[in-house]
Ligand binder design. Structure first.
Ligand code: SAM
Length: 248
């Protein structure tokens, strides 16, 4: 998979060189590019924003540098089989991902879908967001795979970079070969299948007793069937307590 991220704070994305995503990049499972939006501005101050039409507080990101940045990123890889050659009939088209609090909710199921995409381009907004014509334009372009505006939660961040870190990590850990033990994904909260509308229950490791608190005996019984049933029961109890909305 190829992932490109455009931001006015490219250093904000440095943590992607660490840990799981960093290892996936080193292993060649992910081809990651981070781009500075300001390098697509043409004035002395490298301006990327302007006052909003209709008035009001704050600034809006101009469509001009965004258009140049996105065209250059997409054009830099014409027809390249960046996903290892599984695409047929021409080039791979990038999917434009725009983090925004006014987008659809970014969920585990969206992360799962995107882990199969050959190419994601994330556009990190700042200020009052990106001029809406950028979304309109790339949604209509046949050389792009579409545009998805996604929110990582019902709160407002200062910029799209923290959301991009969340999205990239959630997607990359689902790419086959990234996690050492693929089975652990299936047991996760929100995992497709029996966990789709459930939170994972409590987990324990050694020692068996810590500060007067014992590990539940069932987990040391070696009885796999009873342990699975206990875990399912705990998952339901935790979901009822923390996220009753998931149970409907
Ligand atoms: N005025 C916008 C609104 O109310 O919808 C908020 C703009 S916010 C200060 C600046 C940028 O942060 C957004 O363009 C987006 O990139 C990012 N952002 C903020 N909250 C987000 C969230 N919950 N999910 C995804 N991105 C978010």
């Amino acid at each position: 998979m190829r992932i490109d991220i455009v931001s006015i704070f490219p250093e904000y994305l440095d943590p992607l060189r660490l840990s799981l995503v960093g290892k996936a990049v080193d292993a060649g499972l992910v081809n990651l590019g981070v781009h500075d939006l300001r390098s697509f501005a043409h004035d002395r101050h490298r301006t990327v924003d302007d006052t909003p039409y209709g008035g009001g507080p704050g600034m809006v990101m101009s469509p001009v540098p965004w258009g140049e940045a996105l065209d250059q990123i997409a054009g830099a890889h014409p027809g390249e089989r960046i996903d290892g050659g599984t695409m047929t009939g021409g080039g791979v088209r990038p999917l434009l991902v725009v983090p925004t609090p006014s987008g659809e909710r970014f969920t585990q199921s969206v992360a799962q879908q995107w882990s199969d995409e050959p190419w994601l381009v994330l556009a990190c907004g700042r200020y009052e967001g990106i001029d809406t014509r950028v979304i309109e334009h790339y949604a209509g372009r046949s050389d792009w795979a579409g545009v998805r505006e996604v929110s990582v939660g019902d709160y407002v961040l200062a910029g799209g970079e923290a959301a991009a870190l969340v999205i990239v990590e959630a997607v990359v850990r689902l790419i086959p070969g990234v996690l050492g033990n693929a089975a652990s994904v299936a047991d996760d909260s929100f995992a497709a299948g029996s966990m789709e509308r459930l939170l994972e229950g409590p987990v324990y490791t050694k020692p068996a007793e810590w500060r007067g608190i014992d590990v539940p005996e069932i987990l040391m019984s070696g009885h796999h069937g009873r342990i699975a049933a206990w875990r399912a029961e705990q998952a339901h109890a935790r979901t009822r307590e923390h996220r009753p909305d998931l149970l409907g």
